[in-house]
Write a protein that binds this ligand. Structure first.
Ligand SMILES: [Zn+2]
Ligand SMILES: [Zn+2]
Length: 227
């Protein structure tokens, strides 16, 4: 099976599917809670087989999923949504979905849904949202901050990811975020800083743990200089 399943923290799991067409890992997350199972994002439609397999491995099925949180409307994040017929599925109202979808745009600028707080960050796509699971201090960043097309960290899928952090710093230093987008990007980083996460679950590849305040501060410092 071309995917990895790893425990991130407590009852949170990452499913990292290898997408040979786009040459990247694409992540979805499974969170076991008393209220039921939550998924964050769902990879592409053709990846549902991996999601089902991963769910079975933790003793669940797609029917156990009660809530689906969607970071943004791109096909590699919403494609598997059809699998979760018992779930309430939410996305920000400003997002455009690729096809007719069972996901309804209800999220606002900022709010709470179950154990999750969310804020619209609006970088990468207009209604992109980050979700913060306060009980475990885990932040789901979608593609606002991700490792699209990058290999996994030498430390593994879930790790401090110093090599990935360094690559992101160099990307930002090299003008990877367009000047026009920098204010929105920096604003999003500050929102992340306020949440003060222990874990950063990204939309593609690496899941980062440890010293995230340092990483965010480094990115903000570089961005501020370029503004
Ligand atoms: Zn995207
Ligand atoms: Zn993506």
């Amino acid at each position: 099976m071309d995917y990895l399943l790893e425990r991130v923290k407590d009852h949170i799991y990452v499913v990292a599917v290898w997408d040979a067409e786009w040459n990247t890992y694409t992540n979805a997350y499974l969170i076991q809670e008393e209220a039921g199972l939550t998924v964050v994002d769902s990879c592409k439609e053709e990846h549902v087989v991996f999601l089902q397999h991963a769910l079975n491995k933790i003793g669940k099925t797609s029917d156990d999923v009660k809530l689906m949180l969607v970071t943004h409307g791109h096909e590699d994040h919403v494609g598997g949504a059809t699998l979760f017929t018992n779930a309430r599925k939410v996305i920000h109202a400003d997002e455009t979905l690729p096809v007719a979808s069972s996901i309804s745009g209800k999220l606002l600028e900022r709010g709470t849904i179950g154990d999750y707080e969310y804020t619209r960050v609006g970088y990468h796509s207009p209604g992109s949202v980050i979700f913060f699971h306060r009980p475990t201090r885990t932040l789901f960043t979608g593609d606002f901050l991700c490792f699209f097309g990058d290999p996994l960290s030498d430390g593994g899928l879930v790790s401090k990811g110093d090599d990935l952090r360094q690559a992101w710093i160099e990307y930002l230093q090299g003008g990877g975020v367009a000047k026009l987008d920098l204010p929105v990007f920096l604003n999003g980083l500050r929102i992340m800083q306020e949440y003060d996460p222990d874990v950063m679950c990204t939309g593609h590849g690496g899941v980062l743990v440890g010293d995230l305040d340092v990483f965010l501060e480094e990115l903000i410092t570089i961005g501020d200089k370029d503004k």
